[in-house]
Design a protein around this ligand. Structure first.
Ligand code: PLP
Length: 455
């Protein structure tokens, strides 16, 4: 057998349904609240922002949600994505652990994000929407929804965090190649953006601000809806195709993971990998340890408060119960732009509270070191976000060595880093710092949590 083993499914074994973990939760999720009334919101409250099909998925408790054929048809271009055994990494670490990784960088946009972007574009088109608005940090989500919009004939306006807009011109060029319009946020196009610019004309922006801008445009235009790349239940559900494929691929390898690792920004790629396995566990299957890895600079799960909060800085979104650093918190500028969000998926937060999974945080330089070690064994250059999962998996493999245990570790390599090579250049030049967040600013942001948090 060759040294590198790749487990590929036949195209026709691609899952026909997404998996909805709401069907198997030991306790149901806390309701989403209306900021004005303090009461749970209904589907109609979300209708200005999302097509009804996605709203129904958001509140669904059906275990399986059928993947529409036109969506499967696009998925076939790169799905099923490969599952690799990292034999050379195992050797380099001299670990008895079996390390597997699911590689989502094979999508046209280079990450897991098209798994939901394609689905969201499809449902919006079906319901007669003309234009989508969204935000993007590093540009991964923006390029994914731009790609999806091009395929389904939707206009796409992307509000891109200004610091990334300036630092990542290639991601912007990719969005424009797919036909999207890319606007530096905060912009003068919205009330939310103008308010921020009045207070701070030099604001470099944040995901929370960009979300406010995109939501405002969708809420005030009938032909426009808003699209979010993570956090929401339906987004996590779309990503479960990752874990479902991995279950079948590991069957081919005659293995089952003891440990799952994913990086967590809003929680979608972690959930996509872990939820199908956690679902099996909730239904009486084998127990797995699922570990979400985040940056110490933006430690939502490990240092945040579990409370109701807004998803955006301008307070236009409903209130969701999640781990949060406060909607006013602006994380320091680390290279893993996709992990710089103040909140977390309510489903992931809920599972942490239930002790059904774990969370930990690493500094960015140790993550880049892990990513470089990985690249030199396996050839794939991880995205800065994904490097956190690599770091977590290597830590578990080294623990196996220490304890003389041969465990099976599966991690999600959520994307490649080909558009992030400046970050690697900075790392090699010794210019990357382990920036810490400002405790005073975090305390101030947490002090501003909405009233309902006290309940
Ligand atoms: C956006 C992004 C993430 C973080 O988002 P999640 O919703 O937590 O998955 C992780 N990895 C890559 C490559 C990304 O583009």
């Amino acid at each position: 057998m060759s040294d590198t083993v790749k487990y590929l499914l036949e195209e026709d074994r691609m899952p026909k349904n997404w998996y909805n973990i709401a069907a198997d939760l030991p306790e149901p999720l806390a309701p989403v609240m209306h900021p004005g009334t303090g009461q749970p919101i209904g589907p109609e409250d979300l209708a200005p922002l999302f097509p009804m099909a996605l709203i129904m998925q958001e509140v669904s408790t059906e275990r399986e949600i059928e993947i529409p054929e036109p969506v499967r048809d696009v998925y076939r271009q790169w799905r099923p994505s490969p599952l690799f055994r990292a034999r050379r990494l195992e050797k380099a670490l001299d670990t008895p652990a079996r390390i597997y990784y699911k590689y989502e960088g094979v999508s046209p946009a280079g990450s897991h994000k098209p798994n939901t972007a394609i689905a969201q574009a499809f449902y919006n088109k079906e319901e007669g929407v003309r234009r989508l608005t969204t935000e993007t940090g590093a540009g991964q989500w923006g390029s994914s929804i731009a790609f999806a919009g091009a395929l389904f004939g939707l206009e796409v306006d992307v509000y891109m965090v200004k610091v990334s807009y300036q630092q990542k011109p290639y991601r912007r060029a990719l969005m424009e190649t797919y036909g999207a319009r890319c606007v530096a946020s905060p912009s003068t196009e919205t009330n939310s953006g103008r308010t921020i610019l009045e207070q701070d004309p030099d604001s470099t922006g944040s995901l929370g601000i960009a979300i406010s801008e995109a939501v405002e445009i969708a809420a005030t235009n009938d032909d426009t809806k808003y699209s979010l790349g993570s956090v929401l239940n339906h987004v996590l559900t779309h990503q479960t195709i990752i874990g479902q494929e991995a279950i079948m691929q590991l069957e081919m390898a005659d293995d089952y993971p003891d440990i799952l690792v994913g990086c967590a920004g809003g929680g979608s790629n972690f959930a996509g990998l872990a939820f199908p396995f956690l679902g099996e566990q909730f239904r009486g299957g084998k127990a797995v340890r699922a570990i979400a890895v985040e940056p110490t600079a933006c430690p939502t799960l490990t240092k945040g408060q579990y409370a109701y909060d807004f998803g955006d800085t301008g307070h236009l979104t409903p209130l969701v119960k999640m781990h949060t650093l406060g909607s006013a918190f602006v994380p320091p500028g680390i290279h893993a732009g996709g992990l710089r969000y103040h909140g977390m998926a309510p489903l992931v937060s809920h599972l942490v509270e239930l002790d059904a999974m774990e969370a930990r945080a690493y500094d960015q330089t140790e993550c880049f070191k892990a990513a470089v070690d990985f690249a030199r064994c396996e050839g794939i250059v991880p995205a800065p976000e994904s490097s956190h999962a690599v770091r977590g998996a290597i830590a578990e493999a080294l623990a196996c060595k220490e304890e003389g245990q041969s465990r099976s570790i599966l991690f999600n390599l959520s994307g490649h880093g080909h558009f992030d090579m400046q970050a690697y250049t900075d790392y090699f030049a010794g210019n990357l710092e382990d920036v810490q967040y400002d405790q005073g600013k975090l305390d101030a942001a947490l002090a501003e949590l909405p009233e309902i948090a006290a309940e």
